[in-house]
Design a protein around this ligand. Sequence first.
Ligand SMILES: Cc1ncc(COP(=O)(O)O)c(C=O)c1O
Length: 399
Amino acid sequence: MYVTTPLREALAAASEDQIVYDLPGIAGRYAALTRELPGVSLRFAMKACPLDEVLTLLAGCGAGFDAASPQEIAQALGAGAPVERIHYGNTIKSDRNIAEAHRLGIRDYATDCVEDVLAIAAHAPGARVFCRLATDGEGALWGLSRKFGCAPGDALTVLETARATGLTPAGLSVHVGSQQMTAEAWQAAFDRLADVLAALGRRGIHPDHINLGGGLPALGYRDRYGRPLEPPLDKMFAVIREGMRRLRAVAQSPLDFRMEPGRHLVADHGAIRAHVSRLSARRQAGGERQHWLYLSCGKFNGLYEMDALQYTLEFPAHRARGDTERVPAVVAGPTCDSDDAYAHERALVRVPRDAASGDPVWILSCGAYATSYTTRGFNGFSPLPHTWIRDSARGGADG
Ligand SMILES: Cc1ncc(COP(=O)(O)O)c(C=O)c1O
């Protein structure tokens, strides 16, 4: 469990459903990451939490942005980020998307194939491109493999094509998979980057930066069986620092580093105040009796990732009165959709036996991807309103 004291206080003060973001908490996580990885400029992956308040905060801290579309680029500019600190980080772009980004002043584009390079050369002439190397996604909750990135040999062709078409072959990137749980995945990514960097050097191509992507974990998740996920964050940082030293040694010219954290910056600093819709006990088709705890919010209005992990739930009213009697239940959202439930019917969550409709429930560490994945009102359940902690006199986290 990871939750800051101000977040806990804000949840306690909320009498209606809402998602609360702890802005000083996000700024604190940003500052901690810059301390851990000196020499890395951070570009927040906007998709993880594209809320103006969060973007303005991070821009004010000095962050740049990884944008996935012209719409995100425009939003990043509106949040006050200088255009040179924004890049187009999506390898998937139409001609029209590229032309629009170019019009907005974007210089740096992710790519992973010759077709995309030719389109960038046509619609954003003279741009800088960085080539995303494929990773296998092993060790991550969301692998992000296959759809993106190319093999080392293709990366050479891609960047040679960029050079030949008047673009600047400016960099290489990787993404080790979102909520990556192993330091070994980072090690493997650096091995691959070192090989490609050396091969590019032999062809007279000297990238000026490496983009290490996202993948850094949230600290407060549980896996789909309810076991706390404990990523070896310090070990990951050590591998990344050492990998950077190694790549600088391989490169034949100065090398900058960028990173695109999303989840790591915002997940633990957003939490939902929801309420119990109903706790029921029904015989299932197989004859066994099963408790179901239906919450007022679920997959379609905040908890999209509930099929891959369990969020930590707290029942403050029951805790306050010392009520410890629990029953194992499947946790689910309020819609008429059977996907709207925690993944695994055998991975039951222990919930208060007398949970009553209307009782408050706190859902912790759900600040990443909650607002961006929310539907516009599936089944009539509206997106949750956002509230903000802007100034926390007291910090600290229960972990
Ligand atoms: C290109 C890119 N960068 C960064 C991120 C952020 O990843 P994470 O939330 O794991 O930090 C993503 C997530 O999908 C991505 O596609």
